[in-house]
Design a protein around this ligand. Structure first.
Ligand code: SAM
Length: 470
């Protein structure tokens, strides 16, 4: 992993993951320096505040070591040059997975001990950071894979130097296993896995062949090599986190790596409740969301992790049946709703807003038909999609599949609307310069989901205002 989208300068501890303990409490370098003499030489005062030099690898590594020790009771080290994780950043992803597991969006396995969470960390690195955090924070158990000798050796060392959690983490080599193909065995009528020689140039296995027969997991996670070349990975002049080519680079970059997780997930399906990955580029997120719907997942969830100046994205999907249902509230239903967008930032036109309305609903899996001559978008959303839209509003682009309900009209004809869907039209009207009126009108008032219209429209309002208004 390496550089992501850069943001305006903020403190290294700032984050949007609310349960991350560092979100409101960035590490206090002065107090840590007084507690840990080994950290003291890396701390200096400037502008009345204690700081460290983020471009000094030894400083960032020592900070990670003492944060893991101080906040998590974890002993930890990595050899020179290996990717050094920042603890607040990695805590974001672990906390998001914890949120997913407690969300009840999808059904549980319904067998065995539901309180024991089992995770799979693809590419754990020498630092083994996710299993160490997951085990120490939540007592999750892990299989943690990697393929380089140095990662396997040091991940094992890091686990063994923490006796209180070492039983919870198994390090597994993914190098030695061949790639597999799903093949139909005509005699037994079953799907079997066969070695796939054609993919041998693609590197070590990801999940298929590493996951053992009959193993089930609550989730998998991965912080994949983001880049296609080491040059692309470059060096961020503002930080020094190390990172070898094996850690930072793979054939096809993050898109190819996560596509392989998706491909493996189409074979393993419900043996994992959640498949997840971190991403370094928002563009990759969009491509993968389309791919996921193509392969028939039931749910897609995404989020943005903001840490200091850098953004990362999380993507999660599942083949489990969805569990959560909304019951439409018994309220008097208004069939026309509106809000004003005022003080619109200069660079945005009415068309940008219209397209953003379409994107807002599309990202939640709803069918949309944009008409740029009438400045309107026709939307059809299922119960689950309304639920996703109303629950997540501005930040997450979440999607829940609507079963057997592909309504996207490509030929300009009207959308087919099954009775149990919510169908509405959003119109954008130009008012005085810098102001737009957004109007929503319900198309089928007798739908059982009509009561959700105001909630869904409220979510749209929240999202559009935060995006377009000063
Ligand atoms: C960006 S590093 C992430 C390390 C650690 N998880 C972290 O977040 O700091 C990616 C890791 O994936 C490993 N890797 C690459 N391809 C892999 C594969 N097919 N199976 C397992 N690990 C792999 C690399 O060796 C490297 O350690």
């Amino acid at each position: 992993m390496g550089k992501g989208k850069k943001r305006g300068r903020s403190e290294p501890g700032s984050t949007i993951q609310p349960r991350n303990k560092y979100s409101d409490n960035p590490p206090d370098f002065a107090s840590l320096a007084s507690l840990y003499p080994s950290f003291k030489p890396f701390v200096f005062f400037s502008g009345g505040r204690a700081r460290i030099d983020w471009t000094d690898y030894n400083a960032t590594r020592e900070l990670t070591r003492i944060l893991l020790l101080h906040d998590h009771g974890v002993n930890w080290w990595i050899p020179d040059g290996q990717l050094c994780p920042t603890v607040p950043n990695r805590s974001n992803y672990i906390n998001w997975i914890n949120d997913l597991l407690s969300s009840e969006i999808i059904q549980s396995f319904g067998c065995g001990d539901e309180t024991k969470v089992k995770g799979f960390d693809i590419g754990t690195g020498a630092n083994c950071i996710y299993p160490l955090l997951g085990a120490s924070l939540f007592r999750w158990t892990f299989v943690a894979s990697d393929f380089t000798a140095v990662a396997l050796e040091w991940a094992e060392k890091n686990v063994k130097s923490n006796l209180h959690i070492s039983d919870l983490i198994e390090i597994r080599d993914s190098k030695v296993v061949p790639h597999f193909l799903e093949v139909e065995n005509r005699e037994s009528d079953k799907i079997i896995l066969e070695e796939d020689d054609s993919k041998s140039s693609m590197g070590p296995a990801v999940l298929l062949g590493v996951v053992k027969e009959n193993e089930m997991f609550d989730f998998c996670m991965s912080n994949p090599p983001f880049f296609e070349t080491f040059e692309e990975a470059g060096l961020n002049p503002k930080t020094s986190c190390g990172g070898t080519p094996e850690e930072m680079v793979c054939n096809g970059g993050e898109q190819a790596f996560v596509t392989r997780i998706i491909e493996d997930s189409t074979v393993l399906r419900q043996r994992f409740r959640w498949y997840t990955s971190m991403l370094g580029k928002k563009a990759t997120l969009k491509l993968l969301i389309s791919k996921l719907w193509e392969v028939g997942v039931t749910v897609v969830k995404t989020t943005e992790f903001v840490q200091g100046q850098t953004s990362r994205w999380g993507i999660a999907w599942s083949f489990m049946p969805t569990a959560r249902k909304i019951i439409a509230p018994p309220v008097a239903i208004k069939s026309v709703l509106s809000f004003m967008l005022e003080g619109i930032k200069r660079q945005y036109s009415a068309l940008d807003v219209l397209q953003s309305v379409e994107e807002f609903f599309k990202c939640c899996g709803a069918s949309c038909k944009l008409n740029s001559s009438t400045f309107s978008v026709d939307i059809v959303a299922s119960n689950d999609q309304c639920n996703t839209i109303s629950k997540n509003g501005t930040r997450d682009l979440d999607s829940v599949r609507s079963h057997g309900n592909d309504k996207q009209s490509l030929d300009g004809s009207s959308l087919q609307v099954p009775q149990d869907n919510l169908s509405f039209r959003i119109l954008v009207f130009q008012q005085i310069p810098g102001s737009l009126l957004i109007k929503g009108s319900l198309q089928q008032k007798d739908s059982p989901l009509s009561g959700l219209f105001s909630v869904v429209f409220g979510s749209l309002e929240e999202s559009m205002k935060s995006k377009f208004c000063r």
